[in-house]
Design a protein around this ligand. Structure first.
Ligand code: N01
Length: 486
């Protein structure tokens, strides 16, 4: 007979994935969980990013938890503040806040004697299961440019926007033209005294008009939840069928996105000189594809300048490019991306026998089906290495991974399992299989992007979103795990 045991569960991070995990635990009747959150509010990336123009490029119906439809999205693509409000609402409605320790930074997590010991400023505390939900793009990456710190005006990373600074009267320098830089340009172009966009690599932009949901539509979606559900299913299917497939294998989806990008540029930018500047050398979708409605329109507005000469250095008055020209600026914004390989770090995670995650990942972050790591029992990662973040909405990914963790948590609670971690062999095989599938993907066609790991291969999932769900189907393949029983 198995003996049920009360479980103490720690979740690190109160962003989209951490909240999702909390709801899953509650649904299973487990409320002995604690969420450790460094900041003073939920929301993760949607709390930190508040730059002008912030919008998610996944349709709002599908950028919602399946268990919490939202009839009130204002647009097809949800604006950042609405997404943040949605997560706050979920935390309130589900009474998750009392479980969150805000302003609490976990500095290390150590597996010892069958338990996870977490260290915070308040001391050490132990838990049966550890869930990391620390997000993907969390640690800002600042450019390494000489003289960066000498700039006399305000300067900040796009994810640390300083709203005390007025914008219309400023000459703004924007470094970076990824999804963030493009959205900021689309919003600020023509609205400020001068916008100088420093572009190192041109990027493909797929046109995506952001349609507004009328009050009538919203009322109807609220009145008839089945309609909203149908919208979730439709946009889910569309995202998986189009964006889920285009980057991972040749086919009509890839050709269609590529054609849309090329025609968008050709039809939107008439000036040949500017068009040449904005024409990427790599294939559409090699880097993360940018979806934006009016970037090209904004970039052609008076007062907007795209500079493609490389940046030589920064001085107190502005940016000096390699042609010797000084671009005088009042404000400098670094839209230079994030350290995508940080995962849980700088948190120090120590598994069995003193093995650190840094040591386990010396050759690059590797996990079993993204969620578990050999030598780290009862640790489950949400959005771990090779999650399908390059071809799927992050919310269903979190739900599938949280469900998988829940299967193990139930086994542990029911006393069937004391501790479980994937085997080295199964993890190696899984990662080898992924490696074999990478050449089919567009991500390896010769561009530089945050998708690529140290070995030059994408740290992404090379198969369809449906396969990700299948791989996490329950019950798991038990032979792939080292399982300790009572
Ligand atoms: O960051 P990025 P991001 N000098 O890494 C340039 C998600 N997201 O914040 O291409 C000059 O993509 C760099 O140039 P290059 C989405 O998944 C989603 O824009 O390396 N330039 C590049 O142009 C996205 O992919 C949404 O040559 C320098 C830019 O900075 C991810 O977040 C919105 C430089 C960095 O682009 C990251 O997007 C926003 C230097 N020293 C973000 N260093 C939506 O949902 C870097 N760059 C819509």
């Amino acid at each position: 007979m198995y003996q049920k045991r009360p479980l103490k569960i720690a979740i690190i991070g109160a962003g989209m994935s951490g909240l999702c995990m909390a709801v899953k635990l509650q649904q299973a009747g487990i409320d002995s969980y604690t969420i450790f959150e460094k900041a003073d509010e939920v929301g993760g990336t949607w709390r930190d990013n508040t730059y002008p123009g912030l919008t998610c490029d996944v349709p709002s119906r599908y950028y919602s938890y399946s268990f919490r439809p939202n009839p009130n999205w204002s647009h097809l693509l949800p604006p950042g503040p609405e997404i943040q409000a949605y997560f706050r609402q979920v935390a309130d409605e589900r009474a998750i806040r009392p479980h969150i320790r805000f302003g609490t930074d976990v500095t290390s997590a150590r597996y010892d004697d069958g338990r996870w010991w977490l260290t915070t400023a308040g001391g050490e505390e132990s838990f049966d299961v550890l869930i990391t939900a620390t997000g993907v793009l969390r640690v800002p990456r600042y450019p390494e440019i000489s003289g960066l710190e000498t700039f006399a005006g305000p300067a900040f990373h796009s994810s640390r926007w300083d709203h005390s600074i007025t914008l219309p009267d400023k000459r703004i320098g924007l470094i970076g033209t990824g999804s963030t830089g493009v959205q900021i340009t689309a919003e600020l172009g023509g609205q400020v005294r001068q916008l100088t966009v420093f572009q190192r690599t041109a990027q493909w932009v797929c046109p995506m008009p952001n349609l507004r949901y009328s009050p009538l539509t919203r009322a109807a979606l609220g009145r008839w939840p089945k309609l909203n559900e149908a919208g979730y299913r439709f946009w889910g299917w569309y995202t998986r069928f189009m964006f889920g497939r285009a980057p991972i294998r040749p086919g009509f989806q890839r050709r269609l996105f590529a054609a849309q990008c090329r025609w968008n540029l050709r039809l939107s930018v008439r000036d040949r000189h500017l068009r040449a500047k904005l024409t990427p050398r790599d294939q559409p979708m090699c880097k993360r594809l940018i979806f934006a409605g009016h970037f090209y329109r904004s970039v052609q507005k008076p007062g907007v300048d795209v500079v493609t000469d490389s940046i030589d250095h920064i001085e107190p008055r502005g940016v000096v490019t390699s042609d010797g020209r000084l671009h005088e600026l009042d404000l400098l914004v670094y839209a230079t991306g994030f350290d995508a390989r940080a995962y849980v770090r700088p948190l120090v995670v120590i598994g069995e026998g003193g093995l650190t995650l840094d040591e386990a990942w010396a050759e690059g972050p590797r996990a079993y089906r993204s969620v578990a790591v050999p030598g780290f029992p009862n640790l489950f990662m949400l959005m771990g290495p090779h999650s399908p973040i390059g071809n799927q909405s992050l919310i269903p990914i979190a739900e599938d991974q949280a469900d998988y963790a829940m299967w193990w948590i139930n086994q542990i609670r029911d006393g069937r399992v004391v501790a479980a971690a994937p085997t080295e062999v199964a993890t190696k095989e899984y990662n080898e299989d992924m490696k074999q599938a990478m050449p089919q993907t567009i991500w390896v066609t010769g561009c530089n992007s945050w998708y690529l790991g140290k070995d030059g291969l994408p740290e992404l999932f090379p198969w369809t979103p449906e396969r990700h769900r299948d791989l996490l189907r329950q019950p798991p393949e038990l032979a792939d795990f080292d399982i300790r029983t009572a």
